[in-house]
Unconditional design. Structure first.
Length: 226
């Protein structure tokens, strides 16, 4: 029986070490990598049920004149709370997560818009107007925050997008994205994974509106936040 328990413990430890996103535990002196990695499409996921394509647009060029980090706190990207293993879960310590280059992170996410049917082009559209199926958008990262919640990690990412419409008019929208995943070892790869999930959800909301503009349809009214 003891040998069986030891074998199970060894197998569990080996499986934990094999997880690719764990990397190493964070320290307050080390910034997050801020490298965007999109999640697999449903049809690409191992043992997943084939799903419809994520393509929302057809041959639409999305110009990106400006991509900026507009967060009020550019130095940090969340916090890790270490809890005491007690009934009342008393916090033992709180550790801030240092942010890396969030502008490059946002730019990387926008480059993934090709999976939604867009050709993402840095810079402003040509003065001649270019093709008919195009839209221009200035993108600002307003929030990128990840935190530990018990055995889980949670993230909240907010993008503000200002679309440049024909005739010089602009219309702005905010896109919120949330991510969650199990917290194994409070590692840097785990925090980046959950932040990437939040950013990907926000970008998906942007892709839906950009596709409408490319088709000449008006944007839906923004949802009021209570």
């Amino acid at each position: 029986m003891r040998l069986c328990h030891e074998q199970l413990a060894a197998a569990a430890f080996a499986a934990l070490c094999a997880l690719p996103t764990l990397s190493h535990a964070l320290t307050e002196s080390e910034p997050l990598s801020m490298v965007f990695e999109p999640a697999l499409e449903p049809a690409e996921r191992p043992n997943g049920v084939p799903a419809a394509s994520l393509r929302l647009a057809r041959n639409c060029t999305l110009y990106l004149p400006a991509i900026e980090d507009a967060r009020s706190n550019k130095a940090n990207a969340g916090n890790l709370t270490v809890m005491m293993p007690t009934v009342h879960a008393t916090p033992r310590s709180v550790q801030s997560l240092r942010s890396g280059d969030a502008t490059a992170w946002t730019r990387g996410a926008l480059q993934s818009l090709g999976r939604y049917g867009f050709q993402a082009v840095p810079g402003a559209p040509p003065a001649s107007g270019g093709g008919a199926r195009q839209v221009a958008a200035d993108v600002a990262l307003r929030l990128a925050h990840a935190w530990s919640a018990g055995l889980n990690l949670v993230s909240h990412v907010v993008l503000k997008v200002s679309y440049r419409l024909p005739g010089g008019e602009t219309v702005a929208r905010q896109y919120h994205g949330m991510g969650t995943r199990t917290n194994w070892t409070s590692a840097n790869g785990e925090f980046m994974s959950v932040l990437n999930l939040g950013l990907e959800e926000a970008v998906r909301g942007m892709a839906s509106d950009a596709a409408a503009l490319c088709d000449g349809r008006p944007l839906p009214e923004p949802v009021a936040v209570p």
